[in-house]
Ligand binder design. Structure first.
Ligand code: GLN
Length: 490
């Protein structure tokens, strides 16, 4: 059974009607993981028994005639920065592993809980960059994740494992998190759909925080409707997250079929500038033409503060991470360095051993930009530039319904090629950071294979706050006109 050939709503309908057993679906997913994850590295933990138990419960309830949730029987991967009460949670960091035993959270993240309540089968925890810091999954403390389209290339990051689990047909859907592109960029690199919802659309309760003013949980799936189906379940107000919005969640799956005729879509010139690979640009432009065929009007426009996004993001995100990661001190959280009697020394050894190089780099940078004497020059100034970047978008959305752009300037790059050059790694985030800083929703939808490399390319669609529905309609229009792209997998 190729899990990529049917959408999540279709699979769920089959489970509900009894045409498909949840247990059979679960076994198909587990069998694929067993057979091929050695090569791909998508999973940090597979909860086979718990998933089978959950599947049996779905099948029993169906046999009894009980009402089933909208995701009943659907196998899902969860990025390992989201808390799961019955499964280990490590943020792909050694600091959350003590004597070989990973941390077990006392509760589920709200997004995870909502999936469970909807009947989804939580198959396990997906590989990612340590504490979600990275763009290639190479900062995972545990293992590499590989791109199913070309095993010598990165699947992107930080939600690399989630993207691979979907692209290699191990699960029909996954949760990732996106602080500056970590759902959209791996989606683009693996030919999957990835959504970063509006800041506040999805609860972050139970998400191990990286940069709290930016973090959002979002779905990765093989097709647009499946992404809408997952977002519909996880979105909505949560009293446990004061930043989650009370706005009602519209019918997102239905929105995929909305007509896009007459919509105005902005094409920002800053996103088609030097540095964009010609083969990526060609696929993106083909998608723009496809939208035009559907009656969309393309509007040339500008987002003038785009060039400041990388500096702004890496100041703000690092500042927030230095503060959020203070809790991993060997007392509140984190595997304590043993035998140390003095507190400061114990904390320093705990953190020195527990964190990887990239996390340390961010903490040092963040502590520096917040330190007295520098906070005004760096942190406060970055906040003002962030406002200017957000204003670019708010101004633009007075004139256009959405914005279309590339997700990344390149296709998936070779493993190892940027590992020694943090700046080169950061520069790759140029097109995803501005919308993160502005808090507006954005997604990546596959729009073709690059001509030379034959690697997937994603089109980014960015919308006004809380208009995920509008983005799904446009993404579905692109999807309808793009030949199906599937990695050939074992
Ligand atoms: N690549 C960006 C970073 O390293 C974004 C990460 C993310 O969205 N979690 O910070």
């Amino acid at each position: 059974m190729d899990l990529r050939t049917r959408s999540i709503p279709e699979l769920a309908a089959d489970v509900r009607s009894g045409r498909l057993d949840a247990l059979a679906l679960c076994e198909a997913a587990l069998e694929r993981i067993e057979r091929c994850d050695e090569a791909y590295g998508a999973w940090l933990h597979v909860a086979s028994d718990a998933a089978r138990d959950a599947a049996r419960i779905v099948d029993e309830r169906r046999a009894r005639g009980d009402e089933l949730g909208p995701l009943a029987g659907i196998p899902i991967a969860i990025k390992d920065v989201l808390c799961t009460v019955d499964q280990p949670t490590t943020a792909a960091s050694r600091i959350l592993v003590r004597h070989g035993e990973p941390w077990r959270p006392p509760y589920d993240a709200t997004a995870v809980r909502r999936l469970r309540d909807a009947g989804a089968l939580l198959l396990g925890k997906a590989n990612c960059d340590e504490f979600a810091m990275g763009s290639s999954n190479e900062h995972s403390a545990f293992k590499l994740a590989r791109n199913p389209w070309d095993l010598s290339r990165t699947p992107g990051g930080s939600s690399g494992g989630s993207a691979v689990a979907v692209a290699a047909a191990m699960v029909p859907g996954a949760l990732g998190t996106d602080t500056g592109g970590s759902v959209r960029q791996p989606a683009s690199f693996t030919g999957t759909v990835g959504v970063k919802p509006t800041y506040g659309r999805v609860s972050r309760h139970g998400l191990i925080a990286f940069a709290s003013s930016l973090d959002q949980v979002g779905p990765l799936t093989a097709d647009v409707q499946s992404a809408a189906a997952l977002l519909e379940v996880i979105a909505g107000h949560d009293p446990n997250d004061a930043t989650s919005s009370t706005r009602p969640v519209p019918a997102l799956v239905a929105a995929c079929e909305r007509s896009v005729r007459g919509l105005r879509v902005g094409v920002p010139k800053e996103y088609f500038a030097k540095g964009l690979e010609p083969e990526v640009e060609a696929s993106v432009r083909a998608a723009l033409t496809a939208l035009e065929r559907d009656g969309v009007e393309l509007v040339p426009m500008a987002l003038p503060h785009t060039r400041h996004a990388i500096a702004t993001y890496y100041v703000i995100a690092s500042a927030e991470c230095s503060s959020n990661l203070a809790r991993f001190d060997g007392v509140r959280f984190g595997a304590r360095a043993e035998g140390e009697r003095e507190l400061a020394r114990m904390t320093s050894i705990t953190r020195g051993r527990g964190f990887g190089a990239e996390v340390k780099r961010r903490i040092l940078l963040g502590t520096f930009v917040l330190s007295s004497g520098y906070a005004e020059a760096y942190y406060q100034r970055a906040q003002r530039v962030r406002r200017a970047i957000a204003d670019d978008f708010h101004r633009a959305f007075r004139d256009v319904h959405a914005i279309a752009a590339p997700v990344s300037p390149t296709v998936a790059f070779p493993l190892g090629s940027r590992l020694d050059d943090p700046l080169a790694m950061y520069l790759a985030d140029i097109y995803t950071l501005p919308s993160s800083l502005a808090g507006v929703p954005a997604l990546s939808v596959p729009c073709g294979l690059a001509e030379g490399s034959r690697m997937p390319v994603g089109l980014q669609l960015i919308g006004p706050p809380f208009d995920e529905a509008g983005l799904f309609a446009l993404a579905r229009a692109v999807e309808r006109q793009t030949p199906t792209m599937r990695a050939e997998v074992a």
